[in-house]
Write a protein that binds this ligand. Structure first.
Ligand SMILES: C[S@@+](CC[C@H](N)C(=O)[O-])C[C@H]1O[C@@H](n2cnc3c(N)ncnc32)[C@H](O)[C@@H]1O
Length: 370
């Protein structure tokens, strides 16, 4: 199997609900969901007040693209249902599709759905929740059927590692300030292709006036070599490189490992939306989320314990990258060791640098052109 094929298959989060699972280590993404709620609410309100299908349709259809398996998608679903109630928007039926790659842990996800029904957090009557396995870079719905699409922290994942990278990114595992120009170009081209395709597919699936709210990790500057906006990956690359020096990991394996993710700058996103043409950009915002933003909900905010924060950050990065690392490096890699080392590095040098240790997050609200 080629390198590209493997990655296509293995982007995915840690399954289940154990210590290292995404479900138990997605507090950071929960903070992101809460910070984007105002754009979501404004979009829903505007949709209810101004789109004709809201009066005409008996069944409202929406999707969470890249829902993963964990509590966040259900927080979003129950929030949207509550907003509809508050705004007195009534449909006979609401169909909610939870989409992710086929390898996602849909079994755990639908146990959560069941418990939310049982606890009456989600009202069962009139609301049907379906699993929708498949890539959002392929068609997921019939023509002109979808009214609303939501996606949080998912569309920065590419459909594959950019083609032709080979080993030229050396000990870097993502776009780093020391990456060669060809690496930036390959990543940029892949994103351009993927995000245009994503918009064009959703454009076919959505009714005119359909809405889409997307949040994703971006970068602050046009030139990715000028600032390291993705230090979380740089530190992971340094951790892996140390293991190469110690003979634990093969140099060739590190040199051929690249993460299939892209953090666009604002101009790129806006240019792709405009050139692709299916959607108009209705609202946008950017904000920073500290890597350990979720520590405040469980720990005393006036007290900063860098070790505790470093562990939270390491667990979060592990939940998102472990399937990729395990598949690429195979049995020579012990992720307990990798992320212990990673956490130590974070605690020692990085977490106190406020600007560097945050995810630069973009949120956009799009309207399907008539
Ligand atoms: C960081 S998780 C975010 C999950 C959830 N939205 C949240 O906020 O907690 C990103 C999710 O996107 C999914 N994903 C990545 N590429 C995808 C694709 N092409 N199609 C569908 N889902 C994808 C991953 O499998 C993963 O579950």
């Amino acid at each position: 199997m080629s390198e590209t094929m493997e990655f296509k298959k293995l982007v995915g989060m840690n399954a289940g609900d154990d210590r290292t699972s995404y479900a138990n280590n997605s507090g950071l993404q929960r903070v992101v969901v809460s910070k984007t709620r105002f754009i979501l609410d404004e979009t829903l309100k505007d949709m209810i007040e101004n789109e004709e299908y809201f009066l005409a349709e008996r069944c409202f259809k929406m999707v969470d693209l890249g829902c993963a398996s964990g509590p966040n998608t259900l927080l979003v679903v129950s929030h949207i249902m509550q907003t509809f109630q508050d705004l007195r928007a009534r449909f006979q039926e609401i169909w909610i599709f939870l989409n992710d790659l086929p390898g996602n842990d849909f079994n755990s996800l639908f146990k959560w759905v069941q418990s939310r029904y049982d606890e009456k957090v989600i009202e069962r009557s009139g609301c049907c929740i379906y699993g929708l396995p498949g890539s959002f870079y392929h068609r997921l719905f019939p023509n002109k059927t979808l009214h609303f699409a939501y996606s949080s922290y998912s569309v920065h994942w590419l459909s594959q590692v950019p083609e032709g990278l080979g080993k030229q990114n050396k000990e870097n595992i993502f776009m780093a300030t020391t990456s060669p120009r060809e690496v930036f170009e390959a990543y940029g081209k892949q994103y351009q292709r993927d995000f245009s395709k994503f918009l064009s597919l959703r454009g076919e699936e959505m009714v005119s006036g359909g809405r889409m709210v997307l949040s994703f990790v971006g970068r602050t500057v046009e030139d990715p070599s000028s600032i390291d906006d993705n230090a979380y990956f740089t530190i992971l690359a340094q951790t892996l490189h140390e293991m190469v020096v110690e003979g634990i990991i093969k140099k060739d394996d590190l040199y051929s490992f690249n993460v299939p993710m892209y953090t666009p700058c604002q101009r790129e996103v806006e240019a792709i939306i405009m050139n692709e043409g299916s959607f108009e950009l209705w609202k946008k915002d950017v904000f920073r989320v500290r890597w350990d933003a979720h520590r405040n909900s469980t720990h005393d905010p006036s007290f900063f314990d860098e070790k505790q924060s470093a562990n939270l950050v390491a667990n979060c990065v592990r939940a998102v990258t472990e399937p990729m690392l395990a598949s690429h490096f195979g049995s020579c890699i012990n992720c307990d060791v990798v992320f212990e080392r990673y956490a130590k590095k974070l605690a020692a040098e990085h977490l106190l640098k406020q600007q560097k240790s945050s995810y630069y997050t973009m949120v956009i609200s799009l309207r399907r052109n008539n």
